[in-house]
Ligand binder design. Structure first.
Ligand code: PAF
Length: 262
């Protein structure tokens, strides 16, 4: 049986090779993170904590799906050694020093979700301090989050390897996310435009795809430099297209290396 850990003292019963931080509502995307973690080390810990600091509004936080029993079984089936399910007072026992996401934290996702990335970095740093893993796995789907976590680890010189895991997609190309269950049939159809746009050879063609789908309300579509998260220049080595928008009020985000053809 998988071990369920709730307290910091119980965490210390062994050394953790790899941490997979999650907010629960586990799905096949998380399964792949856990499977990648297993290839990196024997003792894999999945944390489940819905972090209030990274939600801009209470309603979003309260509506976040909570499926703990299922999540525990799911983590076990995917091969995790244990799940860490702390309560809020364990993660934030008092005034915790916030880890600022800086200017890049205010762009793109951060522009629509003020303080979101500071909340993410603060909780990830706290989890790292408590678990002290050798490595941690994060999905490429949240590319800006991944970028900021890597930068934090490098700036704070934390002895933790950050492993990035490729995005898992539905058959129609839609990146798998806990939010997708809130899409109805018409929403699913509309959301196909995201993958279509991402796989266009030029940004103009991508924009054209988007403008042909009135059901998709675009927030941003940009080509960035993967190394700096700044807007890509013609001579940028590794370009990535990032996109976000709303389908029936549901925010969806995705990204892909530039120039990946269908
Ligand atoms: O990507 C997520 O699920 C969350 O942002 C994370 C990294 C678990 C921090 O709460």
């Amino acid at each position: 049986m998988i071990k369920v850990i709730n307290s910091v003292d119980d965490l210390a019963y062994q050394k953790w090779d790899v941490l997979v931080p999650t907010m629960g509502a586990l799905h096949v995307g998380h399964q792949s993170l856990i499977e990648i973690a297993k290839t990196k080390g024997e003792n894999v810990l999945v944390s489940i904590f819905v972090n209030p600091l990274q939600f801009e509004n209470k309603e979003d936080l309260n509506n976040y799906p909570k499926t703990l029993e299922q999540d525990i079984k799911f983590a076990q089936a995917a091969g995790a050694t244990a799940v860490f399910i702390p309560d809020e007072s364990t993660i934030y026992p008092g005034e915790i020093e916030r880890v600022s996401a800086g200017e890049i934290g205010d762009l793109y996702e951060g522009a629509s979700r003020p303080k979101h990335f500071t909340g993410v970095l603060t909780v990830v740093k706290r989890l790292f301090d408590l678990v002290k893993p050798k490595a941690a796995v994060f999905g490429e789907k949240d590319f800006q989050q991944l970028f900021l976590i890597k930068r934090m680890v490098s700036q704070l010189v934390l002895p933790i390897e950050i492993i990035s895991a490729p995005t898992i997609r539905e058959e129609n190309g839609l990146a798998i996310s806990s939010r997708n269950i809130r899409l109805d049939k018409s929403g699913e159809k509309i959301s196909e435009v995201i993958y279509k746009a991402l796989t266009m050879p030029t940004i103009e063609q991508a924009k054209n795809e988007i403008s042909n789908e009135p059901g998709f309300k675009l927030d941003y579509l940009e080509i960035i430099d993967e190394a700096t998260f700044e807007k890509a220049k013609p001579d940028t080595q590794n370009k990535r297209v990032i996109i976000a928008g709303w389908v029936n009020n549901l925010r969806l985000i995705d990204n892909m290396p530039m120039g990946i053809r269908k």
